[in-house]
Design a protein around this ligand. Sequence first.
Ligand code: HEM
Length: 512
Amino acid sequence: MIVALILLGIAIVAATIYVQVKKRKILKLIGPLEHFPQWPIIGGVQNFMGKDVAGITATIDHLLTSVKLPAYTWVGPLKLIMVLDDPEDVEILLSDPAALYKPYVYKFFKNDRGLITSEPHIWKTHRKILSPSFSINVMKHLLPMFNTKINRMINNMKQLDDGVDVNLLDHLYMCTLDMISASATDVDIDLHDGKNCEYVQAVIAGADLVATRIINVPYHIEWIYRLSKLYEVEKRSLKAVNEFLDRVIKLKRTMFDEVADAEEERREELAKLNNEEIETKPKIIINQLFRYWTRGKIEFQDVRDELDVMIYTGSDTSTHLTSYTLLMLAIHPEIQQKVVEELQSVFVDETVPFDYDSVKQLTYLEMVIKETLRLYPVIPYIAREVKNDVKLRSFTVPSGTIIAVPIRHMNRNPVAFGPNPDLFNPDNFLPERVAKRHPYQYMPFSCGPRNCIGMTYALYSVKAIVAMMMMNFRISTRLKFKDIKVVYNITLRITNENLVNLKPREDFFKNQ
Ligand code: HEM
């Protein structure tokens, strides 16, 4: 017994010395930076203990404004987390190959092979395969389909009783999910009228599930998590999503013509070699994945995980950005009027097609969307785990550190966005103002090699929905700008009920 106690004592002393020596080495690299409030052993975790998502959001906002950034904290005895908001340092960091890795919490998405979470060696191949699916050529191909889906949503809205408040999210989720499912798979899946209802519910549940797991630290331990009810919900959701995707993959596989695809690829290669411009088929996500799957370059699981990522990220983010933009227009009627005037200057009569070229001309609407993303960035922060030391301008980020970039906090910097950065002002995105800012100051789609692959898709799809909504409805709300509350639930959520009032805009073309 005494021997055991002595051995235990020696082990504790040795572990303490090891931790202290290691910590000293790490602190030497980062130099005299400030740290967030922290306790011995558990470090900064204590700031968040026992809090719900609203409490965690308030704590994050408080910490980011009360401590000078960059700053750090320990999580447990040896894991260092740093928060970095200087755009020049963020640029160096995100451009470094050591920062292509995501922290362990991304594993909670249970999607190891998809772009968002995968290890760099998988990610590099997949990014190359999927990048052509987000080209302008593909966007041009998709816009008529967007138009059909948006019209269907608008017609459903027109059936609602006059004067009732509408929860935009209900309608937008169905529409964006319909759009991205068709964009990714080239199949008109038709999610309306209760069809594929289990799949829709599973996609919507997915995001909240992961967010709940992240804020419940004991659930980070897999065996504890597996005892929870959440795990049961996760299993059911994953089953519904996988069954749905397997059905689509099976259907599309029978339609994929490998010989014709190889011929198309040869034609493209030849044209590239000869520096010739030729018309090529739009590179739809599922076809790109099939091209490499049928040649044995990627596995079935890669196809399924990538489709899952695209459909989840493509619907959740766009739904919230569209609804927040419409809410801003409802709250600011004078800005709504400017958007309508711009639309009337482009769509001078009913013969002007609603296509890529006309949507591209809506530059003021784009400023409105960007300003909405500044105040309400759907992804409020991103994180990386560096696998080597990374030298920044005045200190070094030690290998193994988790770095968080607080996008929302950077978007409210008064030096970059003027003395009233909390107000809604689309003029922040006038070209001359944008030119004065560091490109990494405003990065709602992240920056660097692992930035958002769907940025153009997101901007075009949101622009198309908002434009068509404005052409069809006058939109108002009782909600006041100052009363808006948000939480960080992985994605940023406005927690006020997103209720707006829609009145048909019958004079859109008549007044011109
Ligand atoms: C409002 C719209 C959107 C916003 C604000 C947004 C934002 C972001 C951000 C900040 C990241 C970096 C995440 C990280 O580093 O952890 C990201 C990555 C990603 N986004 Fe988006 N996104 C949006 C829409 C979309 C859409 C529509 C799609 C697909 C159609 C998409 C697909 C992806 C993918 C696949 C990645 C991972 C990229 C990679 O690691 O190579 N996103 N997005």
